[in-house]
Ligand binder design. Structure first.
Ligand code: GLY
Length: 319
């Protein structure tokens, strides 16, 4: 086994600042799960990250609904909230579900009432930009309804309108003692049907850890990760001796097979979506892979903070 790398975090590519924050928090004595949440709070509170927390793109009714989960290695406990409204930091509510309730997952109104009981402040999560993006999406859905888009508006050129992001941030943290914590938080699929829940708040799908093995998570098309039990499957591949990168690639290959059965592959057998998986092992080794080439992931440890390129199964340009 390689020399112990000390504290190390990995995250999706929107997590460069988050992994740096999480490693610093662990160095100051925070538990990995608290450090992970401190990291992703930066994204949740950032109005420019339109896939997470405040500023996340809303559902088809124009209402932002957030999903988040946390998992703690030493206790093998977890907490999660789904379809929660009006709370900017759902990962913090998930921490309270884990520590201050006998449950793992709270949804919708129940999750909001629990958050209120714990002193979370209700705020509008819709920024002016996310409202305009939603309105433009709604106005261009049909040429036969009564909603007209603006004739010339720069919002029409926003790439978000072409690909309905599933955004999300996942962060896995390992401290110098080899203990793990992780979190995944998201506003989910843009313009989703109200109540739709993706993989992010589901333990075993958007995140999973086993303190004896490692931690994993995913971003991208949540439905595909749910159908593969993505994060759990990655951890189990590491338990069987696969490297973090190979564990991610193994499960993505399984996702490809599943997409060919469930109608989510094109005529060439390529999935019509992207999914990225992230894995951090007990010995500190790490890896990430995506269905499509070109995806990066964030890493922070004693040698610094960086974006690295993950593995892939398909060239992105060949679609
Ligand atoms: N992976 C995030 C979602 O599908 O909601």
């Amino acid at each position: 086994m390689a020399a112990d790398p000390g504290a190390r975090c990995i995250a999706s590519d929107n997590g460069v600042a988050a992994v740096a924050t999480a490693v610093a928090a662990m160095s100051a004595g925070a538990a990995p799960v608290d450090a992970a949440v401190a990291g992703v709070n930066l994204n949740e509170l950032d109005p420019e990250d339109n896939s997470v927390g405040y500023g996340g793109l809303p559902n088809e009714d124009g209402v932002v609904e957030l999903d988040a989960a946390v998992m703690d290695g030493p206790t093998h406990r977890a907490g999660a909230v789904a379809s929660i409204r009006n709370i900017k930091t759902p990962s913090r509510v998930a921490l309270q579900v884990m520590r201050r309730s006998d449950h793992v997952l709270l949804v919708g109104e129940g999750a909001l009432r629990f958050a209120r009981a714990h002193g979370f402040v209700e705020e509008s999560l819709l920024t002016e930009k996310s409202r305009k993006l939603w309105l433009y999406w709604k106005e261009t859905l049909s040429a036969t309804d009564d909603w007209f888009p603006p004739t010339d508006d720069e919002i029409a050129r926003d790439p978000v309108l072409k690909r309905r992001p599933t955004g999300t941030i996942h962060l896995s943290a390992r401290n110098a003692a080899g203990d793990f914590g992780c979190t995944t938080t998201t506003s989910g699929l843009a313009f989703k049907i109200p109540g739709r829940v993706g993989d992010s708040p589901l333990i075993g799908d958007g995140l999973y850890l086993d303190n004896a093995v490692g931690s994993a998570g995913g971003t991208g098309r949540g439905e595909a990760s749910i159908l593969a039990c993505g994060a759990f499957a990655v951890v189990e591949r590491m338990r069987a001796g696969r490297s973090p990168l190979d564990a991610c690639l193994d499960i993505l290959s399984r996702v490809v097979d599943q997409s060919r059965k469930n109608g989510n592959a094109d005529g060439n057998g390529r999935p019509t979506f992207n999914l990225s998986l992230y894995a951090l092992a007990k010995d500190g080794s790490y890896g990430s892979a995506s269905l499509l080439a070109g995806c990066k992931f964030a890493v922070a440890d004693a040698t610094g903070t960086r974006l690295e390129t993950g593995g892939h199964l398909f060239e992105a340009t060949a679609r």
